[in-house]
Design a binder for this molecule. Structure first.
Ligand code: ADE
Length: 425
């Protein structure tokens, strides 16, 4: 921990950063009209009165609005970081100083501090957990079984976290309801695709300031995050290569106009590599060996396991910080590989994460998922639950209204037509 770190019933870098954080939180709020409506309703209805809530999220200007919504809704809420490098220290400061929300998050916190902060979330004895990657829920199940009786439910917003929750369910250890925020249409279509797409490229540009036009960019993984990343890389003039393990997604990438090949073939071609698979060691020793001198690698998947940095370090004679969030690994072959953001989420490490306009819908889902858990307390089975369709559709409707976009509605004749099977050719 650095000398300026402040530890009381919160742990943040520096409370004096609060004015800057407040200004930025307010700026983000301009692009979050749906969450604002929810904040206003929660302030009236207090759905979380008397409840303790722990949120493990990237501590950003957007998350601040979610935390404020929960507090206005009557929750006794704490916020911890869901990644050691994603915290915006000024936002953490403002949440503590201006909004009275305890935060445990410091940008660059080490693994021990990160783990301690997860424990702080559980020390709060939450009734509801908002998770981003499932670290709090996994720790609860592994280390705090006695607290499970207090849990009404959890919400999870990442693909990675949902994969973990499914594994918990298979192992019969998920004994309470979990709301699958990630799979809501108003979440993954926009956050995973356009959010990751824009913010990943933003992170690479802020870290390196390199021109992307004409570069060979290799995108590993063609899920929603990969689709958005490839789309935006092409928009900036890059030649995009996609790698996949799923045949259907590979065909999609081909028909979207990208070259598809195994990483083994892409490795010597790429200038910049971006991993968004959610899996381990997607870029590893054999790939580093054949990369161009100066090739850049980064990750926009949830955990820092996609690039095998241990092996890269073992092959290197020197690791040099060449810019913020940019480290050059000098290989014993004389070539070098440049790693951005220490292999952690580049969009949150070097940039500010997804823009507010998409997080508006993601966090509207989070807030309404928490309310749904409370309203249905004791009624929901243990396991993973979808966000109700009407909630998803209402978020989309409100977003369109806020964007000033009108759409058509079905005529009586059309409703009759789609509900009948008798009229064909
Ligand atoms: N995940 C990705 N971008 C984010 C943001 N801006 N705030 C919180 N979580 C995020």
């Amino acid at each position: 921990m650095t000398a300026t770190t402040v530890r009381t019933n919160y742990e943040i870098k520096d409370p004096s950063l609060a004015p800057k954080g407040k200004q930025r939180i307010e700026w983000a709020g301009r692009e979050m009209p749906v969450l604002r409506l929810i904040q206003e309703r929660f302030a009236q209805e207090k759905p979380f009165a008397g409840l303790r809530l722990a949120a493990c999220c990237h501590v950003t200007t957007e998350t601040a609005h979610l935390a404020i919504a929960l507090k206005l809704g009557g929750a006794d809420a704490v916020l911890i970081a869901s990644n050691p490098l994603s915290t915006q220290d000024d936002v953490a400061a403002s949440l503590v100083v201006d909004y009275g929300i305890p935060v445990y998050a410091i940008k660059g916190e080490d693994a021990e501090t990160y783990t301690r902060h997860v424990q702080k979330a559980l020390d709060h004895r939450p009734n509801i957990i908002i998770d981003d990657g499932s670290d709090v829920v996994a720790t609860l199940i592994q280390e705090r079984q006695d607290q499970i009786q207090d849990i009404i439910g959890t919400t999870e917003e990442t693909t990675t976290g949902i994969v973990r929750l499914k594994a918990m369910l298979r192992d019969s250890v998920l004994t309470f309801p979990a709301m699958n925020v990630n799979d809501a249409d108003t979440k993954h279509f926009f956050d995973n695709r356009y959010g990751t797409g824009q913010s990943t490229l933003d992170g690479i540009i802020r870290a390196t300031n390199v021109l992307l036009a004409g570069k060979n960019i290799v995108v590993a993984g063609y899920g929603w995050c990969g689709k958005g990343t490839a789309l935006r890389a092409r928009g900036l003039g890059a030649n995009v290569i996609v790698t996949e393990i799923d045949s259907v997604r590979a065909i999609e990438a081909v028909m979207d106009g990208f070259r598809v090949m195994p990483m083994e073939e892409a490795a010597p071609l790429g200038d910049i590599f971006i991993t968004v698979t959610g899996n381990k060691h997607v870029i590893r020793g054999e790939h580093f060996d054949v990369m161009k001198d100066g090739a850049m690698v980064c990750n926009s998947g949830h955990f820092d396991i996609e690039i095998d940095l241990k092996t890269l370090a073992a092959k290197s004679t020197e690791i040099k910080e060449v810019r913020n969030f940019t480290q050059e690994y000098k290989l014993n072959t004389g070539k070098s590989v440049v790693v951005l953001g220490e292999g952690r989420l580049i969009n949150l490490a070097a940039a500010e994460g997804h823009p507010s306009a998409v997080m508006d819908m993601s966090f509207a889902n989070q807030a309404l998922a928490c309310e749904y858990l409370v309203k249905n307390k004791g009624e929901l089975e243990a396991g993973i639950h979808s966000i109700p369709k009407d909630v998803d559709e209402e978020i989309a409707r409100l977003k369109l209204v806020a964007m000033g976009i009108k759409i058509d509605s079905l005529t009586a004749e059309q409703i009759e037509y789609i509900n009948s099977w008798t009229s064909g050719t």
